[in-house]
Design a protein around this ligand. Sequence first.
Ligand SMILES: *Cc1c(COP(=O)(O)O)cnc(C)c1O
Length: 370
Amino acid sequence: MNIQVPDNIKSIVPYPPGKPIEELEREYGVKDSIKLASNENAWGSSPKAIEAIRKALDNLHRYPDGSNYYLTRAIAQKSGFSPDEVVIGNGSDEIIEFLVKAYVQTGDEVITSHPSFLMYQKVVQVRGGTNIIFPLKEMHHDLDSIFSAITDKTRLIFLDNPNNPTATAIKPTDLYSFLSEVPESVIVVLDEAYVDFMDDDVQVDVYSLIKNSKGRCGVVALRTFSKAYGLAGIRIGYGLMSGDVAAVLHKVRQPFNVNQLAQVAAIAAIEDVDFYNTTLHKTREGKAWLRKEVEKLGCSTYSSQTNFFLIDVKGDAAALYEAMLCKGVIIRSMKAYGYTNVIRITVGTGEENYRFVHTLGNCLRELAYV
Ligand SMILES: *Cc1c(COP(=O)(O)O)cnc(C)c1O
């Protein structure tokens, strides 16, 4: 075989290929490990979604509904949009791909922050676009620098709000004034994967932003069922946008991009208000407890608008990650992002949170950080 790989593909660093938990356990000789690393829902999936999936199993020999008819309507009804303003994806990751596929050509520019969600820059690279990347400023999107970097080649701006990995949200008034200045030729993508966990006073009125885009930039809001709804494993997310933008995205998607089980699961999950509310309540409770306990150990914590938060462990985060892993507690080190002493953890169940704190205390002492 002697086939050329284009330069833009050659230079892509693959998404860190985390091993399955079972493999890690074998390698490190641990059992019953807990994973607080991927911002998943600690309390599982909505029982109503699971029941809906069970019922749908008899129909797997059929193609899914390519129009996502019922799910689109369920989302539209819940959010106040009309069905032609909703696009469903195989995870909200796929909506990111649609946007870049549809609007970015070789040489076009896309603006993102660093650190933020890694998917944005990667799909731009695949497409041959140019990533314009700004470091966060005090762990927040640097809207002034982003605005000053807009050129006539700029197509998209991605803002994860709240940001992953810092858990910070943009002040709504700052965002509104930023959006009122961005030219009409640009789409600003607000990735709201963690919107459910945000405090009311930082929530953004995406309905007005999308409905009233006359004379300024388009806005697309991304939402997912992977976090608050506990359906990360089945891959389902969506975008809210003007009908014009939605029509363009429908042109670049596969006819059956969303599988049948994901569609029925998401519809049931929307209806399962109990599971959703319980998740939000327990997350808030768990986060407050964790912060208090972690600070008692001598670490400092950062404020959070999500189901995860950052902890300054007062010593090398990568070494702490290894030490925790050896005791069966999987977290994220932020060292590769330039935050040398910082880890990220997702709120777990009460039992998981307790084990995390206990293990963290032991590891901090072993490593002599505090
Ligand atoms: C988890 C996450 C998503 C969700 O991706 P899915 O493809 O819907 O699972 C999107 N954006 C950010 C910033 C995230 O952290």
